[in-house]
Design a protein around this ligand. Structure first.
Ligand code: GDP
Length: 336
């Protein structure tokens, strides 16, 4: 029997990469998304049709749903009806900056669905055979002095987003301890790809570099330059999620490259890819600043490397170059 997985937030960056990975492994995938008719769903399907996947018609191996997490019974019925083996819970409000303006919506989106899924697993007649992955975030360590951060670093959330991720990860931890369920969290450091939207700084930079190179725009206005991150490639990170659910025991893992890069380095590589100097085009405007920034976020991926043999495959520079090049191709085809 093929394995059956549920991916919440399937049309997002990580959801789409994970969907491709699971379909290539012969899984039957159920995906949940907010709107069954959205443009992002069409994008997902178009991408899957282009990806080299097994012969089955897409509709027979991929089913899209709109799950109502407000009702625990609905989630529970769903898991039983579709005999879900693995759940990858990726849906949520993912923008840290927006969480300062919309803290309640952020909490509702990031905590209640996790709890609904955990309760549904607990209530299921198959509770001991369902495996659950929670997408947690490096932001849970936002205020820490420890560097690099590992699974044993104390939580120190610095934004409503980070606080919501601490709450969700703590729920996962307590359900694992209390009920012996196979539920775990991946503490994901920033991970980007050509599918990243311009709401994130990486997407905004590569979009600007591409537009400036094509003569469509002349400047890029960012917020705080004095920052940086441990940036990895999303395609590598979904592999780590899958590996976590194949392991013999449920454990939380830091998913990171272990390398910190400044935003200036990101800008330099992005603009160099199109033969330009970022300093000629980029300015900073306080309107894009956040009320508070995390300290130096850099993950220590030793545990996942040792336990699961996971290694990021794509370097920082390779990822940025691929993002810029793909954006140029996209812009060209959009303007045709
Ligand atoms: P995050 O780590 O999930 O918040 O990812 P982002 O890509 O949104 O932000 C990464 C860093 O870039 C943060 O420290 C931001 O303050 C900084 N940054 C600087 N300018 C911008 C901007 O124009 N947009 C965004 N999204 N972030 C910016």
């Amino acid at each position: 029997m093929p394995q059956t997985a549920l991916i919440t937030g399937i049309t997002g960056q990580d959801g789409s990469y994970l969907c491709e990975l699971l379909l290539s492994k012969g899984y039957c995938v159920h995906g949940s998304t907010r709107s069954a008719e959205s443009e992002s769903l069409n994008h997902l399907k178009a991408g899957l049709n282009k990806a080299r996947l097994p012969e089955d018609p897409l509709d027979s191996v991929l089913k899209i749903h709109q799950l109502d997490f407000a009702r625990d019974e609905a989630t529970s019925e769903f898991l039983d009806k579709h005999k879900i083996d693995e759940i990858y819970h990726l849906a949520g409000q993912t923008r840290v900056g927006d969480s300062f303006d919309h803290p309640t919506a952020t909490f509702n989106a990031n905590v209640k669905p996790t709890l609904a899924l955990l309760e549904a697993i607990r209530a299921s007649s198959r509770s001991q055979s369902i495996r659950f992955f929670q997408a947690s975030s490096a932001e849970i360590f936002g205020g820490t002095e420890e560097s690099p951060q590992s699974e044993s670093t104390q939580y120190a959330p610095r934004s409503p987003y980070a606080a919501s991720k601490v709450a969700a990860q703590s729920l996962v931890e307590s359900y694992r301890e209390a009920y012996g369920l196979f539920v775990c969290s991946g503490i994901l450091y920033n991970h980007e790809s050509p599918r990243r939207s311009a709401e994130f700084v990486s997407g905004k930079i590569v979009d600007a570099a591409a537009r400036i190179a094509l003569g469509e725009e002349h400047k890029l206005v960012l917020g705080n330059f004095e920052t940086g991150r441990d940036w990895g490639f999303a395609g590598d990170y979904v592999e780590a999620m899958w590996m976590m659910l194949q392991h013999e025991a449920p454990k939380d893992y830091v998913i990171a490259t272990g390398e910190w890069h400044s935003l200036r380095e990101f800008l330099e590589i992005a603009f160099q890819t199109v033969g330009l100097d970022w300093q000629d085009y980029t300015t900073s405007d306080p309107k894009f600043f956040r009320p508070v920034e995390p300290t130096r976020l850099v993950g220590d991926p030793t545990r996942i490397k040792t336990d699961l043999g996971w290694q990021p495959q794509t370097t920082f520079a390779e990822m940025i170059e691929a993002m810029v090049k793909q954006r140029i191709v996209q812009r060209r085809s959009e303007s045709e």
